[in-house]
Design a protein. Structure first.
Length: 172
């Protein structure tokens, strides 16, 4: 967020993750997404490494913004948070930087802003380029979700929806 309160995607971070022991890998889902979990070309790392690296990046951003927790933004984030929380617990990470139950849901916001909840359709209505051939990869969908979130928030702010404020001392 810049000084005027305009949001933009800053950086994107992603990791390919090795399936954990006992993971239920649905062949139809793998075919749909085009993911080959056994491919050495993926450069996949164990969950603990991927989450540790990404959580470290998020914690640095939280600290830089003088916040206490990060808020997960997703297109149906309860689904994403469920996976994230289970993986965090599975590998025993203690410092999850995300708020435990607060999320921003771009599916709901897109329904309000554009009348459609499907990510591809909402992006089309928002004039955000969307490539269906790239869709359903976690990194691509997360990037498009972030772009959609920024556009909706910026549009709301431009209509006078809120005034950005910087952290300050407690009110008098």
């Amino acid at each position: 967020m810049d000084d005027a309160g305009t949001l933009a995607v800053d950086t994107t971070h992603s990791r390919n993750v090795e399936p954990f022991e006992g993971a239920n890998l649905d062949p139809s889902a793998l075919e749909f997404t085009g993911i080959d979990p056994e491919s050495p070309l993926r450069g996949a790392v164990p969950e603990e490494i991927a989450l540790g690296e990404l959580f470290g990046i998020v914690r640095q951003a939280v600290k830089a913004q003088q916040c206490n927790r990060a808020i997960l933004v997703g297109h149906n984030p309860h689904f994403d948070a469920g996976f994230l929380n289970m993986a965090t617990e599975r590998v025993g990470l203690k410092r999850n930087p995300f708020h435990p139950f607060s999320y921003f849901d771009t599916s709901t916001l897109a329904g309000l802003a554009f009348g459609h909840t499907v990510l591809a359709r909402a992006c089309a209505l928002a004039n955000i380029p969307f490539d269906n051939a790239e869709a359903h990869s976690a990194e691509y969908d997360a990037t498009k979700t972030a772009e959609l979130f920024c556009l909706i928030v910026n549009r709301w702010q431009s209509l006078g929806g809120w005034t950005p404020s910087l952290p300050s001392a407690a009110p008098e």
